[in-house]
Design a protein around this ligand. Sequence first.
Ligand code: HEC
Length: 168
Amino acid sequence: MKFLIGLIIGFLLIPVGAFFYFKLGMAPVSTSSAPMPFEGWAANTALHARQDREYPRTVPIPVTPDNLLAGAKVYKEHCAFCHGFEGQDQNMAAKGMFPKPPHLLRGKGVTDDPAGETYWKVENGIRLSGMPGFKGALSNQQMWQVSILLANAHSLPPEVEKVARGQE
Ligand code: HEC
């Protein structure tokens, strides 16, 4: 009997604790606060589980200089504001976000992700982060063009690199 009561109280403590954690304003709400316990884990696990189920496995456009160049133009116009240009600091707005937009053209960026995975993120966005979903705003072709640009960011033709660096 005692065990049962203990068990019930134990189970109640978690939701009650969580309720007061939020209700009493203990949960972090500003972008400069540290993440909540398990916040990163929960967000990443949920995102990966969902996108792994859904992202397209085949890329419907070829990796040609023309498509890469079109992708670089999309990047420059719609993504660089947050993700920045290689060789330049990100702007104030990007620096003040939580989570911060990663540099996509610096280091390995997302070159180790399949283009389809990036496409999924561009199309759907990432909820509760600043990453917008571009479905309906960009054409499917444009979303693929910027996705292959990012997948090949380490080996871009010079004329594409210039645009992606914001130099043209
Ligand atoms: C308003 C700001 C903003 C704009 C504009 C934006 N993003 Fe993002 N993006 C973010 C943020 C913030 C994250 C980080 C989300 C996270 O960590 O969960 C992100 C994440 C991503 C990721 C995942 C990176 C990784 O390491 O897995 C990709 C890919 C991406 N963005 C691509 C793009 C592309 C392509 C565009 C333009 C079409 C774009 N983003 C426009 C804010 C933005």
